[in-house]
Each structure stands twice: as structure tokens, then as C-alpha cells.
Design a protein around this ligand. Structure first.
Ligand code: C6P
Length: 411
């Protein structure tokens, strides 16, 4: 058995037929599949250790607390955070961004301040900043996405005029879920720091696809979802520098995060408890720790190389289909393992529905990037997004399916 076949054998879901054809799962940008090790971690927790954490003195509660805090340490290590207290468990990227947009922005923004983001943000990293800017009387500005030859790259030259001392926060996606652009996160953080701005990286599409080191990136906040890195849904992370998190007002209040409560008021524990009111998502946090182990056993450098290789093969083969428009960076430019494309006469929803007949799982639509789509003169694209368990053979299935669909619609 090849290494890839062995890896695929770890994913029970991949071994099934859809519409009478072998499943070809190319919707990893939306969510990744789960290896047996992660599923087992969930089952083991519920069968042997299930209990509430931080509250009980009995054996099960202590075991559950150790496993939950162990997962926090594992995740801190996964992104090279200096301290496990810098890891706040949330429901996912969206909730993590909303916490910063409400708590941090509320405390730090005033009229005339600027939040800077990019034109390629997912709605989850766009709408919360619109709301925060409105609430504070601040302005939201965008780093443009380049068109023409450099399609899909950020206009770094525009930073010279955009990054002024009025910018209090620079929030940007590490990898665009629609274009596949890989942004130079370390450079963006460095430039922001030079004007005293706080930085937030949306790592939803990069976590589990490449090594992430928050200290060398030099970011203040970094957010991600567990479900895109082989972990369960309903669990994600807000990483923040300890000095920021310990001062940040809690977004939610309740049990577990308080030191003293009287009828008149309460005061808060330091991070992480301060930001985790109520019973946390213990099982999914533990399984996310198992996902870190699984991914690191494969190796994130190897995963990135495999993703990029499949992305390049797909770009090359899809480019040969007449009439196709592929958006995002050209072949040879920094590009993640995903390809978004459009045909002039076939709607993306039709492509996804027809491709499903061939066992393919693709995503079609605006990918929560409506303003970017409008800028590109599109309403939707079809997206194939790869992960370490995908094969070149599966790209062959995609290309054959697209040719069949094109022929059908050509009449
Ligand atoms: N993108 C996609 O198919 P949540 O839903 O909270 O786990 O992640 C939101 C999110 C934030 N930022 C980026 C860059 C993302 O790609 C996503 C999720 C999925 O592209 C679902 S829309």
C-alpha cells in the first residue's frame, strides 16, 4: 500500500459510493474529513471520561479537566504560542472574530479610527468589522485585490498610503477561501506594528495546511476553526497575546470565569477562564488536540507540498478546458491547494449538481465573498479544494466531469 493509500485508509468516510460512483471529496475548504483517530478520541471521551471540567473533585472530572487542559497545551504548541493561557476555545473562526470585534474593538476604537482589512475577506472577517466600525464611529478601509496579470494578489504598494497611525487594527485572511491567494502574513503584521496597529489573522484556510508560528508571524490575534483541520465542528480557537487577553473585557459572563461574585457585582479570572464562561465544549476540544497529533504525524510541510502540487496539477488541467475562467493567482505565483473557476454559460450550482452525479463533492456559489465576486464581475464560482488525502487521479475525475457537463450544456 502506498503512503497515500494508507492515509486514505484512516478516513472511514472516503470509502463510499455517491450516486453509484466512488466519492471524490474536493470540498475541503468548506470542511475537512475526520480520521479514525479523531473520531476515536470523541468516542473514548464520552465512553470513559465524560464529566464537567474545573468544577469537580471526583476522578472523572479530574480526568476530563486534565484532557481538556492538555488539549489547550497541545494547541498552543501546534501554533507555537508562548503560553497555553493564550488559547481560548470558541465555536470557530466566526465566533473568535466576533469576540474581538465586540470586546477589543469596543474598548479600543473611537471616532476617526480606522480598521484596515482586505477586499478578499470572507463575510465572517468582514461583517463583524463593519459592525464594530459602525458602533465606534470608526472607518473600515480595504487593501485592494489586484486584477489583470497579478489577479488575486494584495496590492502591497497601497499599504504606503493606507497604513497610517489612524489604523488601530489590521485584520486579514492568511489564505483566501475563494482565490487561493496566500498573503504574506509576517510582512503585513510587521507593517501594521510599525504604525502601532493590532493585527488579527484569519487562519481558517491555512490552519492544518501549513506550519503556523504565531510568534514568528508577529500577530496579536489569530483565529481558526477545528473542522477545517480534521477536527470536529463546533470548536475553534481565538489565540491572543496574553497581555491583550488578560486586559480584554469578557464578551460573555457567567460561571467558571469569575473570582468573586456578590449581589452587587463580580470580578474576572485571568485568561483563559476569563473568556470561557459556562461549560465548555470539552469533547470537541480534546478531539481537536487529537487532530493536531494526527496532522503533525503527517507533517505540515508535507501537507503544504501535497496541497500545492494538486493545486498546480488542477490549474494546468483545468486551463485546457475551453471557455473556463480560473480566478486567483496565476500558476507559479504563491497559491494554496484550491481552484475557483467559472464558465460563461453554466451556473456554478448546475456544475456542482451535475458533478455530484459523478461522485464529486465541490462547492458552488459566492463562498461568502459577495463583495469580491462583484469586483471580479462574477456572481459565483465553482471551487475544488484539496487536502493531503486527495489524489491526482481525483483531479482526472473532476476534469472528465467538467468536460461532460460542458458538452451537455453546449446542447
Ligand atoms: N469558509 C468555505 O467554504 P467558520 O464557518 O466559522 O468555521 O469559518 C468561517 C470562515 C472564515 N474565514 C475564512 C477564510 C473561511 O474560509 C471561513 C469558512 C468556508 O470557504 C465556509 S463558508
Amino acid at each position: 500500500m502506498s503512503d497515500l493509500a494508507r492515509t486514505r485508509a484512516d478516513f472511514p468516510i472516503l470509502h463510499q459510493q455517491v450516486n453509484g460512483k466512488p466519492l471524490v471529496y474536493l470540498d475541503n475548504g468548506a470542511t475537512s474529513q475526520k480520521p479514525r483517530a479523531v473520531i476515536d478520541a470523541l468516542v473514548r471521551y464520552y465512553e470513559r471520561n465524560n464529566s464537567n471540567v474545573h468544577r469537580g473533585l471526583h476522578a472523572l472530572s479530574m480526568r476530563a479537566t486534565d484532557a481538556y487542559e492538555g488539549a489547550r497545551t497541545r494547541i498552543a504548541n501546534f501554533i507555537h504560542a508562548a503560553d497555553p493561557a493564550e488559547i481560548i476555545f470558541t465555536r470557530g473562526t466566526t465566533e473568535s472574530i466576533n469576540i474581538v470585534a465586540r470586546s477589543w474593538a469596543h474598548a479600543h476604537l473611537k471616532p476617526g479610527d480606522v480598521i484596515l482589512t482586505t477586499e478578499m475577506e470572507h463575510h465572517s472577517s468582514l461583517v463583524p468589522w463593519q459592525q464594530a466600525a459602525k458602533a465606534a464611529g470608526a472607518t473600515l478601509k480595504y487593501i485592494p485585490v489586484l486584477g489583470a496579470d497579478a489577479e488575486g494578489g494584495l496590492d502591497y504598494a497601497a499599504l504606503d498610503t493606507l497604513l497610517t497611525p489612524a489604523v488601530k487594527l489590521l485584520a486579514f485572511t492568511h489564505i483566501s477561501n475563494t482565490l487561493g491567494t496566500i498573503n504574506d502574513a509576517a510582512e503585513l503584521c510587521r507593517r501594521a506594528r510599525a504604525v502601532g496597529a493590532v493585527t488579527l489573522i484569519d487562519a481558517a484556510q491555512s490552519i492544518g495546511h501549513a506550519p503556523i508560528d504565531v510568534q514568528s508571524l508577529g500577530c496579536d490575534f489569530l483565529v481558526f476553526s477545528g473542522h477545517k483541520m480534521c477536527g470536529p465542528t463546533g470548536i475553534g480557537v481565538l489565540y491572543g497575546r496574553r497581555a491583550l487577553l488578560d486586559k480584554l473585557a469578557p464578551d460573555e459572563t457567567g460561571g467558571g470565569m469569575v473570582v468573586t461574585v456578590t449581589y452587587e457585582g463580580a470580578n474576572w479570572k485571568p485568561s483563559p477562564e476569563r473568556h470561557e464562561a459556562g461549560t465548555p465544549n470539552v469533547a470537541d476540544a480534546i478531539a481537536l488536540g487529537a487532530a493536531c497529533d494526527y496532522i503533525d504525524a503527517i507533517g505540515r510541510e508535507a501537507i503544504a507540498a501535497h496541497d500545492h502540487h494538486l493545486g498546480a496539477v488542477a490549474m494546468e488541467q483545468l486551463s485546457a478546458i475551453p471557455g473556463i475562467r480560473i480566478i486567483g493567482p496565476r500558476l507559479g505565483q504563491p497559491r494554496a491547494g484550491l481552484v475557483s473557476f467559472a464558465f460563461p454559460d453554466v451556473h456554478a450550482h448546475d456544475i456542482v449538481t451535475f458533478a455530484d452525479e459523478d461522485g464529486l463533492a465541490l462547492r458552488g456559489g459566492h463562498h461568502c465573498n459577495q463583495p469580491l465576486m462583484r469586483k471580479l464581475g462574477l456572481t459565483s464560482t465553482t471551487r475544488a479544494s484539496f487536502y493531503f488525502y486527495n489524489t491526482e487521479q481525483e483531479i482526472g475525475v473532476l476534469v472528465a466531469s467538467l468536460r461532460r457537463i460542458q458538452k451537455f450544456f453546449a446542447g
